[in-house]
Design a protein around this ligand. Structure first.
Ligand code: NAD
Length: 371
């Protein structure tokens, strides 16, 4: 069997498999075709892929020759019927793409649909990329702030530590907390899920609590829409804490929906001059009213950085993590001889399989598309 690795479009530095992952597949007698220059952005040369046992080919030859195609974004190319595509393509929101994949007759998997179970952790591309994003958000904030993060006591006087407010204590928020603490900042964290309080405290953060949040045990650990009364209380508290913060990092998301609006314009205007907001929810509308996706703006002397693309800025390690996630996923669909053996009853396969035999087969996607 042959796996094909495609080069991503411009602006994406990650590659879905590195040479080290190719060597792992070679041990299972699975050959790998890599599109020429696919690894350039992640510092993996064509020669390194060759040395690991892959063949380096044109895009057309990879699409024609590989039975299974790996990519980060779903390719726009026409993929011949019967092939398998493993990718990350937001099927809950991109209806046109899902229809196109169904019509083409390929079996497609979108790894952003993995269930958030313990067994699925090794396949969880959302978690691995959120780890990268949370870490990088703090470094970007530290680099943009006109102040130090840690406290300094020296003959030149005492410098107070910076105060960081993190909104959303999921994987990205907790990684941002850990990174900001390592740099010596004082960190406060807010989340509608009060269950994360202990985790926040164990990482050295202070949990900012708003009473009366709505939890839904059927939401798989995810946040759900809150009542208007709660949102009002939350808005007032965030406004108050924001006015004391030097940096705000926002990570709050609700799967399949627009990101919740947590920082209004007047809150930005209440922040100290020179403060920085890094909005990781920028691609789903942003948690800050003034966020512009993929842009850095300044309002009232507050810098607002809207960026959901940080994983591509740490391409070597992000690709290393992604490659491991993809291989762990692929292992679920092959037998001991390295041949495809799809168990459609498997929870992870079922959640991620979007199209098959010309149809949309994913229940969540079918439900959302008909709503
Ligand atoms: P996410 O990216 O969907 O959201 C980030 C955070 O924003 C979440 O903590 C969410 O509660 C919070 N949020 C949403 N609306 C908010 C609001 N209005 N105000 C403040 N905060 C708000 O989250 P994620 O990082 O993907 O994690 C979601 C859940 O999945 C968590 O419970 C996490 O522990 C769990 N998880 C489980 C696994 C696993 O077991 N395989 C892996 C990763 C995450």
């Amino acid at each position: 069997m042959t796996v094909g690795v495609l080069k991503e479009s411009d602006g994406e530095n990650r590659v879905v498999l590195l040479p080290e992952h190719v060597a792992y597949l070679a041990k299972k007698s699975i050959s790998v075709m890599v599109e020429k220059d696919a690894g350039t952005g992640a510092f993996a040369s064509n020669q390194a892929y060759n040395e690991a046992g892959a063949t380096v080919e044109s895009r057309a030859d990879v699409i024609k020759g590989a039975e299974v195609i790996f990519s980060i974004k779903a390719p726009e190319d026409k993929i011949p019927e019967g092939k398998i595509l493993i990718s990350i393509f937001s099927p809950l929101t991109d209806k046109a793409l899902v229809d196109k994949l169904a019509k083409s007759g390929i079996t497609s998997f979108s790894l952003d649909m993995i269930p958030r179970s313990s067994r699925a952790q090794a396949v969880d591309v959302l978690s691995s990329m959120a780890t990268v994003a949370g870490y990088k958000a703090v470094l970007i904030a530290a680099g943009s702030l006109p102040k130090f993060f840690p406290m300094f006591m020296s003959a030149s006087g005492t410098i107070k530590p910076s105060r960081i407010l993190i909104l959303g204590a999921g994987v990205a928020g907790l990684q941002a907390l850990a990174t900001a603490r390592k740099l010596g900042a004082v960190v406060e964290v807010f989340d509608v899920r009060t269950a994360v309080k202990e985790e926040v405290e164990s990482l050295g953060g202070k949990f900012v609590e708003v009473e009366g949040s709505t939890d839904d045990s059927s939401a798989g650990g995810y946040a759900v829409e809150q009542t208007e009364e709660y949102k009002k209380k939350q808005g007032e508290l965030i406004h108050e804490r924001a006015s004391h913060a030097d940096v705000i990092i926002t990570t709050a998301q609700i799967p399949g929906r627009k990101a919740p609006l947590l920082i209004k314009k007047d809150t930005v205007e209440a922040m100290r001059p020179g403060s920085v907001i890094v909005d990781l929810a920028a691609s789903t509308g942003g948690n800050c009213e003034l966020t512009a996706d993929n842009k850095q703006i300044v309002h009232h002397d507050v810098t607002i950085i809207g960026n959901s693309g940080f994983p591509s800025t740490i391409p070597s390690d992000a690709s290393k993590m992604l490659g491991k996630n993809y291989l762990n996923f692929f292992e679920l669909m092959i037998d001991e001889e390295g041949k495809i053996n799809l168990d459609v009853e498997d929870e992870i396969v079922q959640n991620t399989c979007i199209t098959r035999k010309g149809e949309i087969v994913n229940e969540r996607v079918k439900g959302d598309l008909t709503n």
